[in-house]
Design a protein around this ligand. Structure first.
Ligand SMILES: Cc1cc2nc3c(=O)[nH]c(=O)nc-3n(C[C@H](O)[C@H](O)[C@H](O)COP(=O)(O)OP(=O)(O)OC[C@H]3O[C@@H](n4cnc5c(N)ncnc54)[C@H](O)[C@@H]3O)c2cc1C
Length: 494
């Protein structure tokens, strides 16, 4: 996979060996881990239910003790010798299998585990991870940076508009190169201290059980090289891929006079001889309506789809093609050959004489055109949304605009080309990214507020209980007589 280097902040998202489970190496590697891990584990569970904690702890110790005595032969032989010694006979345990010793230790540890303070919630590495660094992802990152959210953007650098030289219809940046546009955005965002960007391909986004994590939503995000980070929210800005036909000449010239969007590239070819490439006659009227203000010399290449049935389906819109002198050429295209001009040798408002491309067919005369408007299908660039369970509608990820493009999967947002609102351009990518950032930020604030309120009411409850106890103790001390006096009724705790 080709990755455009753009790292503006060096973020190490790989978890170093020995840190993954949060235990220091000397604990993890030593046999002490046999005892400490279950203790901490049950301590964590004790937050919810002490009986469950004790149960877990006991069963873990039981299995550990089995392993322990299976693998530590010297200890076993020592025990055997002890069993045969007269000292052993004096002990009160008449069947002191080694298991008993460990069992007692387990019981003690279980009790300890349930009274130990609970392990604090695992802190996520980031408030949000944004997957994809096109305009949608960058816009989301910028929105989060402005309110000091901790966010990481991971990008594999396969931008949809990479084949095109310049970006158009992006206010304030009309005609700048795509690379410059992205560079400037990154440069500006990198000035903010709480966000970071890195190259990489995300291979898995996994929702972690929210009850265990204690957060409203909690994700583990894995990259192709084994790096892993955690985040409370995920923004999928993973874009679309254009599915181009294998006809020779299409892929080679994609984005340079063979384009899909009049707003992006149409003006540059205004008034030139245009071909319409969409595969089917049915889609041609829509293409003509889109482009008529720019081009009137139109030939539709319909690749054997012009038949009675299709014309019936089109109804009166078939006549519309006639009204505008759109030529329908139904022959099968063999190849498209560029006969004039190399990539990027044209500029806005520059006009050329003659056709730039020759269209060769399986039979008959070739046709010359200056460029082509296309209607090829698209597909999701990434499977992350599907794997997470995001609903797919008409090839896009369903996202609720009213709630900042939040998908049906809690904590996951879908922005830019990849979502299903049927709009694919840079301004739309910016808008959706920004909207998701606003909603995501407010959602996190709401969740934090909720947690704070819960904690403060729990503290208030505890305070109340303690106050009542103190009052009772004070009253006892005042009313109670001294030891030896008639009114003495014993100590408060007695
Ligand atoms: C030839 C062409 C020219 C265009 N010209 C214009 C124009 O002039 N003006 C205009 O407004 N629009 C234009 N568009 C449309 C524009 O490119 C898109 O609307 C825009 O790029 C959408 O932005 P995005 O951020 O959603 O997706 P993209 O820009 O495609 O970015 C998606 C990013 O996500 C990354 N990604 C995907 N999966 C993963 C993963 N698993 N892990 C990490 N990263 C991942 C990809 O590598 C990519 O970098 C053009 C499109 C084409 C095809």
């Amino acid at each position: 996979m080709q990755v455009t280097p753009f790292m503006t902040q060096n973020v190490d998202i790989g978890v170093r060996p020995g840190q993954r489970d949060g235990y220091p190496p000397h604990i993890r590697e030593s046999f002490l881990s046999f005892f400490i891990k279950p203790l901490v584990f049950s301590g964590t569970h004790a937050r919810k239910n002490r009986i469950v904690a004790a149960y877990f702890s006991l069963s873990l110790y039981a299995s550990h003790s089995l392993c322990f005595f299976c693998f530590f032969e010297p200890f076993l032989s020592f025990w055997q010798r002890f069993e045969e010694s007269p000292r052993r006979k004096a002990t009160i345990m008449h069947s002191p299998r080694p298991f008993w010793a460990v069992f007692l230790l387990s019981a003690l540890s279980s009790v300890l585990a349930s009274v130990l303070p609970a392990k604090p919630l695992q802190q996520p590495d980031f408030d949000a991870v944004i997957v994809g660094g096109g305009p949608a992802g960058l816009s989301a990152l910028s929105g989060l940076a402005r309110v000091r959210r901790k966010a990481l953007l991971i990008d594999s650098g396969e931008y949809r508009n990479a084949p095109a030289k310049t970006v158009h219809d992006s206010l304030g940046f009309d005609g700048v190169t795509n690379r410059y546009y992205r560079w400037l955005a990154r440069e500006q965002i990198s000035q903010y201290g709480t966000v970071a960007m890195t190259n990489g391909t995300v291979v898995e986004v996994k929702r972690v059980d929210t009850k265990e994590s204690g957060w409203h939503s909690f994700f583990r995000v894995k990259t192709v090289h084994g790096g892993e980070v955690t985040a409370r929210k995920v923004v999928l800005a993973t874009g679309l891929r254009d599915v181009l036909p294998d006809t020779p000449g299409v892929k080679e010239n994609w984005g340079d006079r063979i384009f899909h969007c009049p707003w992006c590239d149409g003006t540059e070819l205004a008034d030139e001889a245009l071909g319409l490439l969409g595969g089917s006659l049915e889609v041609v009227p829509n293409m003509v309506r889109e482009v008529l203000t720019l081009n009137t010399d139109l030939v539709a290449f319909t690749n054997g789809t012009d038949g009675e049935e299709t014309r019936m389906k089109m109804g009166r819109w078939g006549g519309f093609l006639g009204l505008h002198n759109v030529v329908v050429d139904d022959r099968r295209i063999k190849r498209i050959v560029r006969v004039q001009g190399d990539y990027g040798d044209f500029d806005t408002f520059e006009k050329k004489e003659g056709g730039v491309f020759r269209v060769d067919f399986e039979e008959g005369e070739a046709v010359y055109r200056d460029g082509f408007l296309t209607a090829f299908p698209t597909e999701q660039r990434s499977r992350l949304g599907v794997d997470l369970g995001v609903k797919i509608v008409a090839g896009g990820m369903w996202a609720d605009e009213q709630h900042g493009f939040h998908t049906n999967v809690r904590g996951v947002y879908a922005v830019g080309d990849a979502n299903a609102d049927n709009s694919t351009n840079v301004p739309h990518a910016l808008y959706t990214g920004k909207r998701a950032a606003v909603y995501l930020h407010l959602r996190l604030a709401l969740e934090d507020g909720d947690r704070e309120l819960n904690q403060s009411s729990a503290t208030a409850f505890k305070m109340k209980k303690r106050d009542v106890e103190l009052q009772a103790r004070n009253l006892w001390d005042t009313m109670n007589g001294r030891p030896g006096e008639l009114l003495y009724a014993g100590e408060f705790d007695g």
